[in-house]
Design a protein around this ligand. Structure first.
Ligand SMILES: *[C@@H]1O[C@H](CO)[C@@H](O)[C@H](O)[C@H]1NC(C)=O
Ligand SMILES: *[C@@H]1O[C@H](CO)[C@@H](O)[C@H](O)[C@H]1NC(C)=O
Ligand SMILES: *[C@@H]1O[C@H](CO)[C@@H](O)[C@H](O)[C@H]1NC(C)=O
Length: 395
């Protein structure tokens, strides 16, 4: 009597344990399959000595950016050209906006007398763009990789002292960034640019460290894994296109080759309000829909020295002191191998299942369905299978 209750209790406990184990296993398996679909990542650091290195691009903008003494000729009463209302006074019938920008901004040779990379001027490509806040900026990019390191090589920029540029200048903004990034006032998003300000009369030496980051695209954060892709260029082009198409004309800081130049206050007012920091610009930036970049080089400038030279000159040297690159790679930390290990762990530990055990289970199931006919033919086989299946026996 007593023992019958005991046995019933045991049976009940076993089934209860089995159900709990199945539940826990299912829970674990869902997590494992979820990880396989959206794998977690881990990072992997490495150091390389590259045979050759690409220098980053360097963009320089003069401060103050405009020759404001010429503004009066164009009709302006004040020099705040980032305010739309200032443009009411511009003499649209006499001058073009392009002509105005070319005259009131500084040319390359007014900012820099010597620009060289690894001691040669030919190693540099110089491009320029106009900006409403920075005037005319120049981007210097290397034409080839460098193979020599140290303070004698790298970028060298120098403006010789000259009595004509003594007036009102504070210094030069210097931005160090990847070659295909475009930095303008409009797209202040996701550019890994480093900013230095070299004051007039200073000679500055900067040592560069380079790190390379490789991220993996995943389901939540898309990214473009091409090295040529640049989010800032994508945003810049998108925003210029949206704004100039909306107004129907272009200006030097919102270029669009397909459209004519703007030449009325109404157009200028709209284009200035839309292209300077405003809620409209935020809206347009959101519309440009550019994804991130997966692979990027980040350049970290370390200031080495600042020395005073003639008050109306400046010089800057930017160099790699060695060819050491630190690289950070994102790697997938969960794959089919890990999944199988987890499956084995979970099912084996909680349910006592194994591949051989499962074969036995299937065999015994087949045998049961087929009935006694198999058992009659080979009775030893039936005995064997039931022996292997621990689980089947228990219940
Ligand atoms: C390192 O070298 C490789 C090929 O030799 C080159 O593609 C890569 O751009 C170099 N890295 C840097 C940061 O210049
Ligand atoms: C990634 O960038 C390259 C180069 O700009 C472009 O050709 C390609 O279409 C981009 N891919 C995606 C998925 O956006
Ligand atoms: C440009 O600004 C005007 C207001 O001046 C606004 O109505 C319009 O939506 C803006 N357009 C874009 C493309 O942002």
């Amino acid at each position: 009597m007593n023992c019958e209750i005991c046995e019933k209790m045991y049976k009940f406990l076993r089934i209860l344990m089995l159900l709990i184990c199945i539940g826990v296993s299912c829970f674990q398996l869902t997590i494992c399959f979820g990880k396989l679909r959206d794998p977690p990542t881990s990072t992997h650091y490495a150091y390389f000595l590259n045979e050759s290195l690409w220098y980053p691009s360097v963009t320089i903008c003069r401060n103050p950016p405009f020759k404001t003494e010429l503004f009066e000729k164009y009709g302006f009463l004040n020099s705040e050209i980032t305010y739309a209302t200032t443009w009411k006074r511009f003499k649209y019938d006499q001058y073009s906006i392009q002509g105005f920008f070319e005259e009131v901004t500084y040319a390359f040779n007014e900012i820099v007398s010597i620009a060289a990379l690894d001691e040669l001027t030919e190693n540099l490509r110089v491009t320029s763009y106009f900006s409403l806040t920075h005037g005319r900026c120049f981007t210097l990019s290397p034409k080839r990789e460098s193979t020599r390191w140290g303070g004698r090589y790298g970028y060298y920029l120098y403006l010789a002292p000259d009595s004509t540029n003594t007036l009102n200048w504070n210094g030069i903004h210097v931005y160090i960034h990847e070659g295909n990034d475009k930095l303008t006032e409009k797209n202040g998003v996701d550019i890994f640019e480093e900013h230095l300000f070299v004051e007039a009369g200073d000679s500055v030496q900067v040592n560069l460290k380079v790190s390379r980051y490789n991220q993996l695209p995943n389901r939540r954060k898309e990214c473009n894994s091409s090295f040529d892709y640049s989010k800032s260029s994508c945003v810049e082009e998108g925003v210029n296109d949206i704004i100039s198409t909306y107004v129907g004309c272009q200006v030097p800081w919102v270029p669009n080759e397909k459209l004519p130049e703007c030449n009325s206050y109404k157009q200028l007012m709209t284009i200035v309000t839309n292209s300077t920091a405003s809620t409209y610009l935020q809206e347009t930036l959101r519309k440009s829909n550019c994804i991130r970049k997966c692979k990027r080089n980040i350049y970290l400038p370390l200031l080495q020295s600042i020395r005073e030279i003639e008050p109306n000159a400046w010089s800057l040297r930017i160099y790699f002191s060695s060819n050491l690159i630190s690289q950070m790679d994102e790697v997938i930390a969960y794959d089919w191998n890990t999944l199988i290990a987890d499956l084995g762990g979970s099912l084996g530990f909680l349910l006592g299942l194994s591949v051989f055990g499962s074969i036995g289970l299937i065999e015994s199931a087949v045998a049961k369905i087929k009935g006694k006919s198999i058992g009659a033919i080979c009775p030893s086989a039936k005995k064997d299978t039931t022996a292997t299946v621990g689980l089947g026996q228990d219940i």
